[in-house]
Design a protein around this ligand. Structure first.
Ligand SMILES: [Zn+2]
Length: 231
């Protein structure tokens, strides 16, 4: 059997970092990473206090959510993570958070437009608003999969929180932090009563182009891994 140790450790480290930063709570939110070259993920377990979690508590399951390794059930949101891996070949890590400022936009039902260079080059042209679906429900899977067609890397989940993704887990964690900073500044700017300036369109287009290049490189890397595995 493949050695899943490094993937489990990455999921643990990222989860603890995001809990420490207040972007996830002790049991709220979940983290997964794709096992290279396989239709499998290492994902946080369901109903486990993350501050008490060790690497061996992280679950490895396949795309049918069958447990490959680990004694705990995978997060109830694992289906949402898997649907994103299937829909987006550029995505190799997914983080679902309950972060405060992004969650404000989940209540006021508003996307976040392109505002900052750092935002657009990492998260894409906008942070779209995804309509409500119960945790783990087919509705939520359908809604997030439809939204992910925009090739962006962060989404607001109505009355719930946020979900971010990236080509690797470190970048996914950074994306969650960038999203929180952008959501905080945007919220404060909105409440200032002043008119807001959007990022110039020409700059936004160039930054989206840069992100697209990184995404295509990751898709190609994974495609080659599959070809090599089948050769
Ligand atoms: Zn959640």
């Amino acid at each position: 059997m493949a050695d899943f140790g490094k993937y489990k450790q990455m999921v643990l480290d990222t989860t603890l970092k995001l809990v420490d930063r207040g972007l996830m709570t002790a049991t709220g939110g979940n983290v997964s990473v794709l096992i290279d070259g396989a239709d499998m993920v290492a994902v946080t377990p369901s109903s486990k206090d993350y501050t008490q979690m060790c690497a061996d508590d992280v679950c490895v399951c396949d795309f049918d959510r069958k447990i490959i390794e680990g004694e705990f059930a995978p997060s109830v949101e694992t289906g949402m993570h898997i649907s994103l891996y299937k829909a987006r070949p550029d995505v190799s890590a997914v983080v679902h958070t309950h972060q405060v400022y992004a969650s404000i936009f989940s209540l006021i039902q508003s996307p976040i437009p392109a505002l900052f260079d750092e935002q657009v080059v990492n998260l894409g042209k906008e942070v779209a608003f995804v309509p409500y679906g119960l945790s783990g429900s087919p509705d939520l899977l359908k809604n997030i999969t439809a939204a992910a067609a925009n090739k962006c890397c962060a989404y607001i989940l109505q009355n719930h929180g946020a979900i971010v993704m990236a080509t690797d887990l470190d970048q996914a964690a950074r994306n969650a932090m960038i999203l929180e900073k952008v959501a905080q500044v945007y919220y404060l700017a909105l409440t200032s009563g002043h008119e807001l300036t959007p990022l110039p369109q020409q700059m936004a287009d160039m930054l989206v182009f840069l992100l697209d290049g990184k995404q295509k490189a990751e898709s190609k890397r994974k495609e080659k891994l599959k070809q090599d595995a089948g050769a």
